[in-house]
Design a protein around this ligand. Structure first.
Ligand code: LLP
Length: 421
């Protein structure tokens, strides 16, 4: 459930009419709903209320400072994957002890910054990384808390570009080698082994792959404890999917996911950590765009929008489906018309949808892409020298710009022309 509903024939973000925001900031822009962010965080928090736990928001899905602040105030920790994300989490007021550092290629500088600024744990993904972290921690005279990410070789049954838990993926260490690698870690004086980490992929629409992975983690916990390791925390990653296409069967709910975690791992008396991104931020955001032209092509009509692949890359990159709805609610019974919905960027790939049925639209109309709060703004670029678009946060009947649209001058001024030119 989200908070983007039609009221009196106009799409609202919570209590704010979307056209009101469009008039203030100009299209295209992203809008996020505070109530939806809070609600989705709480669904996970409640689903794990049966035991000690921390929900760490995967901020790669949406790292705007205001979004992070909303979630931090609700009690969320953060899952970060770069020095930049770590700095953003700290700047939003998240304490180091609630920040988990994931990612396959952490640099020594990033490790040092996190150890100095405070960190809950590093999710270590390889032996060379373990060696580097041990050295950095020792040079600072501290011990780095770590979980080791194991690759359970499970098929997440999702898009190949976002599956991470198969042995051919670059992530984690093979679970079969875990015993050996944990022994190496335990022998390193700069490391403090606190648990096990696993993440098998994103936009999972079934629980079965999670079950297979978590059963393997349960078994591994027993094996490692028998070897003398104190496994007190299990980080289970993120990945629960959202219903992009409302006509499809809805993916499992957080409460069902929480019950599965309890069933597979609840008996181990471990603190549970999860790293959901998309399910918290995805349906908390929409991308609003204006129709520039309706072009009648040969055998098909194009809706040319002012948003493009540089603003929302998911359709071009993953063939992702996003619901696109008119901001003015169509009259009941109005005949739908098939459109190819495209952006102005000079690539054929700049296509959001083909032959999508929409009510008849005209230049100047606004449309909204649903489920755009995750992996939307964060994956945008200035391709075709299109400045990054604004982000707006709504809370009840108030709204605020939480990232403004740069001027052309601001965009250009980041380049410098060397003195010899
Ligand atoms: N933890 C780790 C270690 C991850 O790699 C990811 C996502 C998450 C948590 C959060 O997963 P989520 O709950 O959001 O599914 N750009 C792609 C998605 C990439 C996901 C990468 N890792 C997309 O737009 O679909």
């Amino acid at each position: 459930m989200d908070h983007f509903l039609y009221r009196a024939g106009v799409l609202h973000a919570e209590d704010v009419p979307v056209p009101t925001i469009a008039a203030a900031v100009g299209s295209p822009f992203y809008v996020y709903s505070t109530a939806t962010l809070q609600r989705h965080f709480r669904l996970f928090d409640d689903a794990l209320a049966w035991g000690e736990h921390l929900v760490c928001f995967a901020m790669k899905s949406n790292s705007n400072q205001a979004v992070l602040r909303v979630l931090a105030e609700a009690g969320a920790g953060m899952d970060v994957v770069s020095g930049g994300e770590y700095a953003r989490a700290k700047a939003a007021g998240v304490p180091g002890e609630k920040i988990v550092f994931s990612g396959v290629g952490k640099t020594r500088e990033e490790m040092r910054a996190a150890l100095e600024g405070g960190i809950r744990q590093f999710n270590v993904e390889s032996e060379p990384e373990m060696v580097a972290l041990n050295e950095v921690a020792m040079s600072l005279g501290v011990r780095a808390p770590i979980a080791i990410r194991v690759n359970p070789d499970v098929d997440a049954k999702t898009h190949a570009k976002i599956a991470t838990g198969k042995s051919e993926n670059k992530f984690g260490i093979p679970i079969a080698r875990a015993k050996e690698v944990y022994a190496e870690a335990a022998a390193m004086p700069g490391l403090d082994v606190v648990g096990i980490d696993v993440h098998i992929g994103s936009q999972l629409t079934e629980l079965e792959p999670f079950r297979l992975a978590y059963e393997k983690v349960a078994e591994l916990t027993g094996v490692l404890r028998a070897e003398g390791h104190e496994i007190r925390r299990l980080d289970l990653g993120g990945g629960l999917g959202i219903p992009y296409e409302r006509s499809n069967a809805a993916p499992p709910l957080p409460v069902e996911y929480g019950a599965l975690v309890k069933e597979t791992l609840g008996h181990l008396d471990c603190e549970i950590e999860i790293e959901p991104g998309r399910l918290i931020s995805g349906n908390a955001g929409i991308l609003v765009s204006g129709v520039i032209y309706v072009k009648n092509g040969e055998g098909r009509d194009f809706l040319i929008l002012d948003a493009a692949m540089n603003d929302l890359i998911r359709p071009a990159m993953y063939e992702a489906y996003h619901d696109i709805v008119p901001v003015q609610e169509p009259a009941p019974g109005v005949e739908q018309h098939p459109y190819d919905i495209v952006g102005p960027v000079c690539e054929t790939g700049d296509t959001f949808a083909k032959q999508r049925l929409m009510p008849p639209l005209a230049a100047g109309d606004l449309v909204a892409f649903r489920s755009a709060g995750a992996y939307g703004a964060v994956m945008s670029s200035e391709y075709n020298s299109r400045p990054l678009i604004p982000e707006v946060l709504v809370n009840g009947d108030q709204f605020a710009v939480i990232r403004s649209r740069p001027t052309y001058e601001e965009m250009i001024s980041r380049d410098t022309i060397p003195s010899w030119l």
